[in-house]
Design a protein around this ligand. Structure first.
Ligand code: GDP
Length: 297
């Protein structure tokens, strides 16, 4: 299960804190050192951990906490609040156009991150909210990706726009938007090509689609199981292509938690949704407070 080891370690630290009636500054320091170790072992970015501990420490050794009725509980509360802050405080919605205009979302990500699956999951979710989505197959380098999108789109009852693998992705995206206009669809979700590693061609293609089609949100799909790599990928895409937010997949696996806790702080971009399994219904909105509660156990 995700976060298992992190949760267990944090719970031990908190148990010690709770068992003490009064806390000295040294008690708090010891506890925070243990929290720090636990976060580092969970693969949370080093700078993020440092800043996090500093914020908690500043608040926790304040007079109010140390002289309060239940200082242990107060420290735990502060850790919880700072963890929520770290993940962006509030739930962020993916940017959309209002009214009758067509919203365009572009999915990006490395191969295997779960981009194609997530595009179909997202389309289904938005359909259930009353949108009329159109999925667009722009991964022309991997014919299997087109088929995969078609199969998943069908399962979701969402039309998939494809022009095979002989056309340029920009032309496909433009034609798809025209198609959506003519068919009263109001949400276009473009599935793009992924590569095994970040490379210039992939970035250029994403930039080109973005420049030629009026994309409202570029959504990066990253695999939570890859820990700090996921965070590095998010930073690289944020810098090179410009992304609006992230969907973190495979949170149902035994990820240590580093990606969920670091992505916002490192890349500056919010997490919109988390993938919780292979089924097309396994997509959940990301709530920083609920995630913090889950991590803290
Ligand atoms: P793409 O190359 O980025 O388009 O990745 P795919 O959509 O083909 O997904 C790669 C693999 O990851 C597939 O086997 C998916 O079923 C799986 N996958 C995607 N999202 C999740 C998730 O949230 N949880 C789990 N367990 N598997 C996922």
């Amino acid at each position: 299960m995700a976060f298992e080891s992190l949760t267990e370690k944090l719970q031990n630290v908190f148990k010690n804190l709770r068992s003490k009636g009064r806390l000295t500054e040294a008690d708090v320091k010891t506890a925070l050192r243990e929290v720090k170790m636990a976060l580092l072992e969970a693969d949370v970015n080093f700078k993020v951990v440092k800043q996090f501990i500093k914020s908690v420490q500043e608040r926790a050794v304040g007079q109010d906490v140390m002289n309060g009725l239940n200082p242990g509980q107060m420290v735990i509360k502060i850790v919880n609040e700072e963890m929520v802050n770290l993940m962006g405080s509030e739930t962020t919605e993916i940017p959309s156009k209002q009214g009758k205009e067509i919203t365009i979302w572009m999915m990006a990500g490395l191969q295997g991150a779960g981009k194609t699956t997530t595009a179909a999951k997202l389309a289904g979710k938005m359909k259930s909210k009353g949108k009329k989505p159109l999925l667009v197959a722009c991964d022309v380098y991997r014919p299997a990706a087109i088929t995969q999108l078609q199969v998943n789109g069908e399962k979701q009852g969402v039309e998939v726009f494809s022009m095979g693998d002989k056309n340029h992705p920009v032309d496909i995206a433009k034609a798809a938007v025209e198609h959506a206009k003519n068919n009263q669809q109001n949400l276009v979700i473009i599935d793009t090509a992924g590569r095994l590693h970040i490379d210039e061609d992939m970035m250029r293609e994403l930039e080109e689609i973005k420049a030629q089609v009026d994309v409202d949100a570029t959504i990066l799909v990253v695999d939570a199981m890859t820990g700090q790599d996921a965070v590095n990928v998010a930073s690289a895409f944020a810098e090179k292509v410009g992304i609006d937010g992230v969907i973190l997949t495979k949170m149902d696996g035994d990820t240590r938690g580093g990606a969920a806790l670091s992505i916002k702080a490192v890349s500056g971009k919010p997490i919109y949704f988390v993938g919780m399994g292979e089924k097309l219904s396994d997509l959940e909105q990301f709530y920083p407070d609920r995630m913090a509660s889950r991590i803290l156990g």
